[in-house]
Design a protein around this ligand. Structure first.
Ligand code: CDP
Length: 206
């Protein structure tokens, strides 16, 4: 079974997706980490983004490896976030990374895959699709706490990234028609994980 979790920055996708994967014993695919690793690679050395996307090797797990090198913390900086969001606007870049993501999912087994376009593009046949949202303020508060950064700065950066993600021509951020929408503003991580695990069990029985 594939569970697709999409939504904007700071809606709690990563924490929730990891929690669901661990609760159900599924594998976890963090597609954002791939856009981040590519953005980081291009900021370190210039080149054609799509060619680079095809050429690099990205390994996901407890650590994120870019061509064998550990970039787990380097991809989480505000600069890497912005580089990821920028490079993610390009059609050929998306095609290359979507291809890598589909290969992982089609290797088999059960997956929780998280990103912006999992339910719409990467795995439209996913058994369960979630679209996580939260108010901009709740999202920025969480992100500022996580990064130990200034709330106002995070709120501003987030608005820019939201706009970039929603208005881009190729695979803009949007909920799949058959996605279950969950507003996490007033829910704890455990509550969200529990709800998704319940939904997964229901689908499994159906
Ligand atoms: O953790 P956060 O939600 O802030 O971001 P992320 O999931 O790590 O993704 C970083 C950036 O990559 C996003 O702002 C998107 O522009 C892009 N992205 C995408 O376009 N498609 C995906 N499936 C995942 C990420």
């Amino acid at each position: 079974m594939i569970i697709a979790i999409d939504g904007p920055a700071g809606a709690g996708k990563s924490t929730v997706a990891k929690g669901v994967a661990s609760a159900l014993g599924f594998r976890y695919l963090d597609s954002g980490a791939m856009y981040r690793a590519l953005g980081l690679s291009l900021s370190r050395s210039d080149g054609d983004p799509a060619e680079r996307a095809r050429a690099i090797t990205i390994e996901l797990g407890d650590r994120v490896l870019l061509d064998g090198r550990d970039v787990t913390s380097d991809i989480r900086t505000p600069e890497a976030s912005e580089a990821a969001s920028r490079v993610a606007t390009q059609k050929d870049v998306r095609a290359a990374l979507v291809e890598k993501q589909r290969q992982m999912l089609h290797d088999g087994g059960d997956w929780v895959a998280e990103g912006r376009d999992i339910g719409t593009v990467v795995a439209p046949d996913a058994t369960l699709k979630l679209y996580l949202t939260a108010s901009p303020e709740a999202r920025a508060r969480r992100r500022a706490e996580e990064l130990g950064a200034d709330y106002e700065v995070v709120l501003r950066d987030q608005a820019l990234r939201d706009q970039q993600d929603q208005e881009r021509e190729h695979s803009p951020l949007t909920a799949a028609e058959d996605a279950v929408e969950l507003d996490t503003s007033d829910l704890t991580v455990d509550q969200v994980v529990e709800r998704i695990a319940e939904l997964a069990h229901e689908r499994q029985k159906a």
